[in-house]
Structures are given as structure tokens and as C-alpha cells.
Design a binder for this molecule. Structure first.
Ligand code: NAP
Length: 330
């Protein structure tokens, strides 16, 4: 008989109140998969979009929300050989993270780095995979270049600032309050710009002697599209990972042509297990040692018990958080 587990279900599209704890069958690990007894699960902005009915899980993924977990391996599927029961791991999952058990292909899991807690480990996969791919692989950030991170105090932003700084880039960030700006500078940003008081294009131009920045990581879109073209350097790159201000924009594309800009973007969740495994391998080689040495670390804003998942979503949506919000299983 299939064993049961507690999981969070989305009763219907809506606000945080539609999240409810239900019983579901415990998943069993398929070929190449591991089953993780989840100790903590990270909350991400896309989970809120999924709850609102605006971001459907990709085909084959669990309808339980949650894109990242940390916990202990309790079973392995046929052919799985990297991890064994008892190993402590964190993993990127395409869904199903808000649950007591979660199955994932072992190539999308990584050992818990160093002495990080399980709560810290659960805060890693979604932002580290996303930032590694979009800033370093797609955006091609190199030592000595400059990066502008919009939403610098977000989960994604706090990771991007730290990693770019650790790999020798000069980082600028935008954020919506003095407290958030101070946090960005504390993480390694050379200059954080409070976009409510200052125009980021002017600030970035001033800080770079008029040259502009080599790379921009943007989650805002809308009117930022044209302003990013202004703030970018000649041959600059802009990587779009979300559109918090809207995906439809009017922009002066002459800037893109004259400055020879590259504007690209991507979304991680629907990519294949093999693609995510490639990111995991690079993270383990190049970033996990920095985490183990605590040269970079996840920024934890708040931790909520599993039963308070509605409050965790409310915390994310009130927008005052800095860094990551994490759920802990009791
Ligand atoms: N493409 C991908 O593969 C991928 C993967 C993961 C996440 N994402 C996206 O990356 C973004 C950041 O994710 P996250 O989990 O780090 O989220 P988060 O911590 O909630 O960060 C969002 C931040 O954006 C800023 N913001 C600006 N305009 C906003 C608006 N209209 N509504 C809400 N926030 C606004 C807020 O800071 P201020 O107070 O400074 O405005 C907020 O802290 C999300 O949009 C998410 O969907 C994309």
C-alpha cells in the first residue's frame, strides 16, 4: 500500500488562503531518481504565480508547489548511483517541494555544502541554478566586467550580487528602500541605487564614467527595457528572467543596434533534467567550495513552519523581505 505524506495543495487559483495542507501519496523514486525526506523547502516568487494560476507546472511535474528542497536521501531508484540513503542533499525540482517527501533525478541534487544548515541548503538551488545560468553561462560575465542587478534584495538578487562579486565583477544593484540598498552593499555591491529616489541610468553612467555596464540581469521589464538599453555599455548584454512590470514594452531599438547590444532571456523550470544536470556539475565544481568556505552564503529573511505556508506567501508578497523565505518541516 502506498504510504501517505503531508503536502501543500493549491485549492483553486487565488491568494495565500488557497494553500492548504493535504494528504498525498508519497512519491516513489523512478529510474535515476532519489527520494528525499524534506527538512526544508525554499519559497520563490514563481510559487506565488503558480498559486495565482499564472504559471502552470511543466508537463510531467507535480502540481504541488515548491522548486527547491533540502533533506536526507531515504531511497534510490533503479540505476541511481551518486547518492545513498543517509546522504544530506539539496535539490532543484520542477515542482513538489512543499511536501514531506520529494523525488528528483539525482543529477539535479547536490550534497549539502559544508556546515550549512538544512534550512540554508534549501535556499540555494533555485537562485543559484538561475543565476549561474543567466549571469555566467548565458550572460557570459567575466572577471573585471560590471553587472547591474535589478531587484538586488530579492532571492535572485542577493545570490547574483554575491556570486558576481566573488568572481571578480563590479556589481551595481537597484532596490526599493534604503534598508534593501544597504543589504545589497553589504553583500558586495559597489553601489546600490534606490530606484524610488534615483534614476538608475544616471547613477550607473556616473559610476562607470559614462561607459555603462557590461551586463544587466533584469526581472522587471516594462519601462526598464528601454532604460536598460540606455544603461548598457557598448556590446553590453541584457538577460531577462522575469517581467514584474510587464512583458509588453516600448523601447528605442536604435540603441540596441547602435550599441551592438545583446538582449536575451530564459526560464529554468521547463528545461530538461540533462540541462539542469550540466548547471549542477558546474555549481558543484566552482561554487560549492565558496559556499563550504562561507565566502558566499544564502541570505535568509524568514523561516516559517510548514503549517504557516500561507504566512510565508504573504511575507513574500508584502515585498519587504530581503533574501530568501524558507519553510521548515516539523
Ligand atoms: N527565468 C527564470 O528562470 C527565473 C527563475 C527564478 C526566478 N525568476 C524570477 O526572478 C524574480 C525574482 O525571484 P525571487 O524569488 O528572487 O523573488 P523576490 O525575492 O520576491 O524578489 C522580487 C523583488 O523584485 C522587486 N520588485 C520590483 N517590482 C516588483 C513588482 N512589481 N512586484 C514584486 N516585486 C517587485 C522587489 O524588490 P523592491 O522592493 O526592490 O522593488 C522584490 O523584492 C521573480 O520575478 C521570479 O519569477 C526567474
Amino acid at each position: 500500500m502506498t504510504k501517505a505524506m503531508r503536502a501543500v495543495a493549491i485549492r483553486e487559483p487565488g491568494g495565500p488562503e488557497v494553500l492548504e495542507i493535504v494528504e498525498r501519496p508519497r512519491p516513489s523514486p523512478g529510474p535515476g531518481e532519489i527520494l528525499i525526506a524534506v527538512e526544508a523547502a525554499g519559497i520563490n516568487r514563481p510559487d506565488c504565480l503558480q498559486r495565482e494560476g499564472k504559471y502552470a507546472p511543466p508537463p510531467g511535474a507535480s502540481d504541488i508547489p515548491g522548486l527547491e528542497v533540502a533533506g536526507e536521501v531515504v531511497a534510490t531508484g533503479e540505476g541511481a548511483s551518486i547518492f545513498s540513503p543517509g546522504d544530506r542533499v539539496c535539490a532543484l525540482v520542477a515542482g513538489g517541494g512543499y511536501a514531506e517527501y520529494c523525488a528528483v533525478h539525482e543529477s539535479n541534487a547536490l550534497p549539502k555544502p559544508g556546515d550549512l544548515s538544512m534550512t540554508e541548503a534549501a535556499a540555494l538551488p533555485e537562485t543559484f541554478f538561475t543565476v549561474w545560468h543567466n549571469v555566467f553561462q548565458r550572460g557570459g560575465l567575466k572577471r573585471g566586467e560590471s553587472l547591474l542587478v535589478h531587484g538586488g534584495s530579492s532571492g535572485i538578487g542577493t545570490t547574483a550580487i554575491q556570486l558576481a562579486h566573488a568572481f571578480g565583477a563590479t556589481v551595481f544593484a537597484t532596490a526599493g528602500s534604503a534598508e534593501k540598498c544597504a543589504a545589497c552593499e553589504g553583500l558586495g555591491a559597489a553601489r546600490a541605487i534606490n530606484y524610488r529616489d534615483e534614476d538608475f541610468v544616471t547613477a550607473v553612467k556616473q559610476a562607470t564614467d559614462g561607459a555603462g555596464v557590461d551586463l544587466i540581469l533584469d526581472m522587471v521589464g516594462g519601462d526598464y527595457v528601454g532604460r536598460n538599453y540606455e544603461a548598457a555599455a557598448i556590446e553590453g548584454r541584457i538577460v531577462q528572467i522575469a517581467f514584474l512590470h510587464g512583458a509588453v514594452a516600448e523601447a528605442n531599438f536604435a540603441k540596441l543596434m547602435v550599441k551592438r547590444l545583446t538582449h536575451t532571456g530564459s526560464t529554468l523550470r521547463p528545461r530538461s533534467v540533462e540541462f539542469k544536470a550540466g548547471i549542477a556539475a558546474e555549481l558543484q565544481r566552482l561554487v560549492w567550495p565558496l559556499l563550504a568556505a562561507r565566502e558566499v552564503a544564502p541570505v535568509i529573511d524568514t523561516v516559517f513552519p510548514f503549517e504557516k505556508v500561507q504566512d510565508a506567501h504573504r511575507r513574500m508578497e508584502d515585498g519587504s523581505h530581503i533574501g530568501k523565505i524558507v519553510l521548515e518541516m516539523g
